[in-house]
Unconditional design. Structure first.
Length: 219
């Protein structure tokens, strides 16, 4: 554990053992247990500044290019779902294109976002699938939010994620993904493998940035 920051714990698995992984305008630590890379809490944006950054995003639900991007998750997920499955798009943002695409494909999808679709009641029930695209890297409390995502899955349900995966230190140093000030935690393949093993989930990596996790019927 870093001797100068004895109180700093991993926000995902809460382990105290970590090391400074990279430093530029922010300081990034990597957990020795789950391998999550995370920004020091004091270097996260305040809520108003975070919302202002999100308001700059141009994610039009009707944009063909954006839909092609999201299809990298939508298509493999849809292939694994029963017709008429119910789902929640968690962190949908101001333009919930993925929910629209899956609804058009015959599924029943609702949305949740703390800034743009803040309906807490939708988090109190279970679904056949939950999606979270380009949102998990924004979580200030990923351990808590990960458990929330799993709790919303029915037995046999699917969790579909999109996020860029962190690699080694050399790649991280020049990685554009960390330059977004709202990106505060960075998952690697090792991190998702660790979570899947801990929580008894099936896992599939599809392409460079799509992760599908399956909750067993027995959970």
């Amino acid at each position: 554990m870093s001797s100068c920051l004895p109180a700093l714990h991993c926000p995902l698995c809460h382990a105290p053992d970590h090391a400074l992984f990279h430093q530029d305008r922010r300081r990034y630590h990597r957990c020795a247990r789950c391998r999550l890379i995370f920004v020091e809490p004091g270097q996260r944006l305040a809520q108003a500044a975070e919302k202002a950054e999100y308001d700059l995003h141009q994610n039009d639900a009707h944009d063909a290019g954006y839909r092609r991007f999201l299809s990298r998750l939508a298509e493999p997920l849809a292939a694994r779902l029963a017709p008429g499955s119910e789902g929640l798009d968690f962190g949908c943002g101001p333009g919930p294109a993925l929910a629209a695409m899956l609804n058009e494909a015959g599924f029943m999808v609702t949305t949740y976002d703390p800034y743009y679709a803040d309906y807490p009641g939708r988090l109190q029930r279970q679904y056949d699938f939950v999606t979270c695209t380009e949102a998990i890297e924004h979580f200030y409390h990923p351990g808590r939010e990960w458990q929330q995502l799993l709790a919303m899955l029915r037995p046999g349900g699917w969790l579909g994620l999109m996020t860029k995966l962190a690699r080694d230190q050399a790649a991280f140093a020049s990685w554009h993904y960390k330059q977004d000030p709202t990106h505060v935690c960075f998952f690697s393949r090792d991190t998702f493998m660790w979570l899947a093993e801990r929580d008894g989930l099936g896992i599939e990596f599809i392409g460079a940035d799509v992760i599908l996790l399956h909750k067993p019927e027995s959970l």
